[in-house]
Design a binder for this molecule. Structure first.
Ligand code: FAD
Ligand code: N01
Length: 540
């Protein structure tokens, strides 16, 4: 089922109550909620199937790095009980199968128009309606529009000098061929060393005759220790799924990592601290950074964790020069921490090479990748160069709000929004996990569910009040923006160039985009807005 075009709604309807863009986990849940609450809705999706991230990112080794029992919907309690995850971290095909299962179970596909990319969305102030137009020229109008377009769905479109001359195939991890790729016997070049590269490199190395990895900046990775999920563990979780979900809700990142709420790295004796890092390393996963409360606030504390991981890299990698190259020097956790399976070990293989491109840009010729004046022959190239994150998918749609004002103009200096949910000047438009919300700093499934439910409640409230328009007030938006930037300033995560700041994309303004105040604090703020009758919004 996962690779096949799926049957959806054949025609884009002329009118609905709610027009949704995207049919990933957010779009699917929105469709479900709209139906439950008596709104007609359609989701317009560029892909030929549901699943979003998990539809597009089919590269070898792709899997989640939030444990599968947690990286799942909680709105359907039966689904929670009936679905069986096979591994601690579910592989991409299984997550895609899960998205398809949800779509089938709730008969959602009949309201998804697949294979249509929304090109523009325009608000008609007099009619109080949005008109969405697809690349094929179809249109749908609706009083409300919800962008469920994803934080990591717009591939980085950087073009390398000479790319068009290359005679072999060039693959992108974010647009991987559905039929898969067999690299057996080939010389493969991988560009990038972020999470996608770190997951795919060990798998590609298993097939390729020669693998050359081009690294601009090394990344920290902690082991996944992925394993088949033990049935008794799954049964224990299922016996008290509500308990796990409650722990998630209270957790900073909406994932039930083992937090040490009172532990401070700089006040812990070095031996004890090392023992704690060893325990976390042995457990595996992103919970490594939950060891101490000061790790992401105090550079000295952070350095203790960074030193520990660097020592591990040096232990694993045989060649000290390669180990040096692989050791990051920046703050650990500043860029997204990666979770790996045999990543560092892969560099001990005789047919795997690491090339430092931190000083010289890459150039591509007919049969090679050039770096530092040297040619590295390749039969195939894999671009693992990431995404135009958080704003990319939105900015690729020509969104025009009140008085023809464009979102691209409003966000020319970086995104400004109210809690990543609404934007002043764009009435009746909502964004799911938009910039200014915790989104990518959390287990995304609970964040997505929380946004979809908040938006639904808001729409129901409007309908009950006989109102047809809602728009966030400028002062509420700027207050949130100020709070968002203030919180960011205190956090080490905002201190380096990354896709969180947009600096991975040439010309993109450097603004720290996701909200780093934590999931519980954010949810509380959202609930206060609803409880206060949406005083932050103009309604009518
Ligand atoms: P998406 O899944 O991105 O779906 C958005 C959909 O909108 C896409 O299908 C896209 O085609 C469609 N779309 C966008 N623009 C248009 C348009 N103009 N017209 C029509 N359709 C459009 N998060 C975690 O919490 N844990 C993880 O372990 C994790 N692993 C990840 C691994 C990878 C490789 C990546 C890339 C991301 C990962 N994420 C993870 C983040 C992941 O994106 C979210 O968890 C989640 O899948 C997002 O769901 P979504 O529905 O919001 O967006
Ligand atoms: O992208 P990235 P990603 N020349 O931006 C390099 C999620 N995710 O797809 O760091 C040379 O992290 C770039 O170098 P630099 C997760 O949230 C999760 O890997 O900019 N190199 C970097 O090394 C993640 O954070 C999983 O110097 C160039 C790499 O390409 C997010 O998605 C798996 C270059 C891009 O890394 C994005 O991850 C996958 C150039 N011109 C993704 N341009 C899980 O494990 C870019 N690079 C769950």
């Amino acid at each position: 089922m996962s690779g096949m075009p799926e049957k959806g709604r054949a025609e884009v309807p002329a009118e609905v109550d709610v027009a949704i863009v995207g049919a990933g986990f957010a779009g699917l849940y929105l469709l479900y909620l709209m139906r439950q609450h008596g709104f007609s809705a359609v989701a317009i999706e560029a892909a030929e199937g549901v699943g979003g991230t998990w539809y597009w990112n089919r590269y070898p080794g792709a899997r989640c790095d939030i444990e599968s029992m947690e990286y799942s919907y909680q709105f359907d309690k039966d689904l929670q009980q009936e679905w069986t995850w096979s591994e601690r971290y579910a592989p991409q095909p299984e997550i895609l199968a899960y998205a398809n299962h949800v779509a089938d179970k709730h008969d959602l596909r009949r309201d998804v128009c697949f294979g249509r990319r929304v090109r523009s969305a325009t608000y008609d102030e007099a009619a109080r309606r949005w008109t969405l137009t697809t690349e094929q020229g179809e249109t749908v109008t609706a009083p409300f529009c919800i962008m469920a377009t994803g934080c990591l769905s717009a591939p980085n479109e950087t073009r390398f000098d000479g790319e068009d001359n290359f005679r072999g195939p060039i693959y992108r991890t974010s647009l991987w061929p559905h039929e898969g790729v067999n690299f057996t016997g080939q010389r493969v070049a991988v560009i990038g060393t972020g999470s996608s590269a770190i997951q795919s490199i060990p798998e590609i190395a298993k097939q390729a005759a020669a693998l050359t990895v081009f690294q601009r900046t090394p990344n920290y990775a902690v082991p996944a220790w992925n394993h088949p999920l033990k049935p008794d563990y799954a049964a224990r979780v299922k016996a008290d799924y509500e308990g796990l979900r409650a722990r998630q809700r209270k957790a900073f990142s909406a994932a039930a990592f083992r937090f040490n709420p009172d532990a401070v790295a700089t006040k812990t004796p070095p031996d004890e601290r090392k023992a704690e890092y060893e325990r976390r390393w042995a457990e595996g996963g992103l919970g490594f950074l939950a060891a101490y409360t000061d790790l992401m606030f105090d550079p000295q504390a952070n350095a203790t964790a960074a030193d520990f991981v660097r020592a591990k890299i040096r232990e694993i990698v045989d060649d000290p020069k390669i180990a040096d190259l692989l050791c990051p020097t920046n703050t650990i956790g500043c860029k997204r921490l990666c979770v790996d399976t045999d990543y560092y070990k892969t560099y001990n293989l005789p047919h795997v090479r690491l090339v430092d491109v931190s000083e010289t840009p890459i150039r591509i010729t007919g049969d090679s990748v050039m770096a530092g004046g040297e040619a590295f022959p390749a039969d195939a190239i894999v671009l693992a160069i990431g995404f135009d994150a958080m704003t990319g998918a939105l900015m690729r749609i020509d969104i025009q709000g009140r008085a023809g004002r464009r979102l691209a103009q409003k966000w020319a200096e970086g995104p400004v929004s109210f809690m990543g949910l609404a934007v002043e000047g764009f009435p009746n438009l909502f964004t799911v996990t938009g910039p200014g919300s915790p989104s990518v700093f959390t287990n995304m499934l609970p964040s997505i569910e929380q946004h979809c439910e908040w938006i639904t409640e808001c729409l129901c409230g409007l309908r009950d009040a006989g109102e047809s328009e809602i728009e966030v007030r400028p002062d509420a938006e700027s207050d949130w923006q100020a709070h968002h930037q203030e919180v960011a300033g205190a956090h080490l995560r905002s201190g380096c160039a990354s896709w969180y700041t947009g600096e991975n994309i040439d010309g993109k303004p450097a603004v720290f985009m996701p909200y780093i105040g934590g999931f519980p604090r954010y949810v509380e703020a959202c609930e206060a807005v609803a409880a206060g009758g949406y005083a932050e919004f103009r309604r009518g």
